[in-house]
Design a protein around this ligand. Structure first.
Ligand SMILES: Cc1cc2nc3c(=O)[nH]c(=O)nc-3n(C[C@H](O)[C@H](O)[C@H](O)COP(=O)(O)OP(=O)(O)OC[C@H]3O[C@@H](n4cnc5c(N)ncnc54)[C@H](O)[C@@H]3O)c2cc1C
Length: 312
């Protein structure tokens, strides 16, 4: 079976790996410069920051197996057991940043990055093709679409399949990220992370405490409400507002360099009850974190479910 996968975030990469292991020929496409999607890590000067997902939990057997395998190879480690009270659940991080896990899953797979898929259409002989934005076409027996649902809807609109509105009409919360490299340590609690610590930030993570940055650097994620209210402010205004809001968490240190990152489609507001959605006689599968839960674990499990849907 030839399978084309649009989206090389966690869901797409997990689906691709499972299908390839079962003998399928798999081609992934991603519009980003490298795989990972919302598993994102970047450098700011000499600092390394996770600026999408900050940590993850593993509460289902399927994902716990994957995490144990990563742990045995030193790719993940436990960061904490809760930010505030210890609730007994491990919070894991990628030892070299969250994106390193995507890189690990992409190894040995054919991933075409900086490649925007434009449409999924029938070939007329029972097969499917992914049309790329440069007009090139990639033929396949089945297609998995793992991008956020508004993007999946746009891709499938010409496919001729019935797009169930209750699946695709999902809005997403926004997140404005403020990434700050400091001249000294941040003043966060001993766990190195703060959840819903004030009226601006839903999460604050110390990348040095996490062990991924040799220089002090903090990721501040503005809450969905704050992000939506301030989304259209210009860059300088946002930087000024967030610098002021960040100050209480910096102690005696100051920000030497910062970046902003806007995630328009950060978190799906509603989750479909099944782990993926199939149509066209099971040959088109839509997956991602809008299906099995709005988090790393959900994206993983949805990707696995998409592969199983095709393998039967
Ligand atoms: C700011 C933020 C903080 C988060 N924090 C946490 C956390 O602490 N813990 C946690 O568990 N989860 C967290 N999450 C959620 C977690 O990151 C996601 O649930 C998960 O990474 C989603 O994976 P995915 O594969 O479903 O989607 P994505 O990672 O979004 O992958 C979809 C891919 O599709 C690609 N794509 C889209 N359209 C096209 C197209 N037309 N052509 C080609 N490619 C396309 C995109 O480039 C992307 O790489 C956070 C998310 C954000 C944004």
């Amino acid at each position: 079976m030839r399978v084309a996968i649009v989206g090389a975030g966690l869901a797409g990469l997990v689906a691709g790996r499972a299908l390839q292991a079962a003998g399928a020929t798999v081609q992934l496409f991603d519009k980003g410069r490298s795989p990972g999607g919302r598993l994102a890590t970047r450098r700011i000067g000499g600092a390394t920051v996770d600026h999408g997902a900050q940590f993850f939990t593993a509460r289902t057997p399927a994902f716990a197996r994957q995490v144990a395998e990563w742990q045995s190879r030193g790719l993940v480690r436990v960061w904490s057991r809760g930010f505030g009270d210890n609730d007994g659940h491990d919070r894991y991080v990628g030892t070299d940043g969250m994106n390193s896990l995507a890189k690990d899953l992409a190894r040995g797979q054919s991933v075409s990055c900086s490649t925007m898929a434009f449409a999924v259409r029938p070939t007329g002989d029972g097969g499917w093709k992914v049309v790329l934005d440069d007009g090139a076409e990639h033929a396949a027996d089945a297609v998995i679409v793992t991008c956020p649902l508004p993007q999946a809807f746009a891709l499938l609109i010409d496919s001729g399949v019935d797009l169930d509105e209750s699946v695709f009409r999902v809005d997403y919360d926004r997140t404005i990220g403020f990434l700050a490299r400091l001249d000294g340590p941040a003043a966060l609690p001993p766990t190195g992370g703060v959840q819903n610590g004030d009226e601006v930030f839903s999460f604050i993570g110390d990348n040095a405490h996490k062990g991924i940055s040799t220089e002090p650097a903090v990721t501040f994620h503005a809450s969905p409400a704050w992000s939506e209210a301030n989304w259209h402010e210009d860059h300088d205004t946002l930087a000024r507002l967030l610098t002021t809001a960040a100050r209480p968490w910096l102690g005696a240190s100051t920000i030497v360099e910062h970046q902003l990152k806007k995630w328009r489609l950060a978190t799906p507001r509603t989750i479909w009850p099944d782990p993926c959605w199939t149509t066209a006689g099971g040959r088109i599968v839509v997956a991602g974190d809008a299906f099995a839960g709005p988090r790393v674990e959900g994206a993983h499990n949805s990707g696995l479910a998409a592969a199983h849907a095709l393998l039967g």
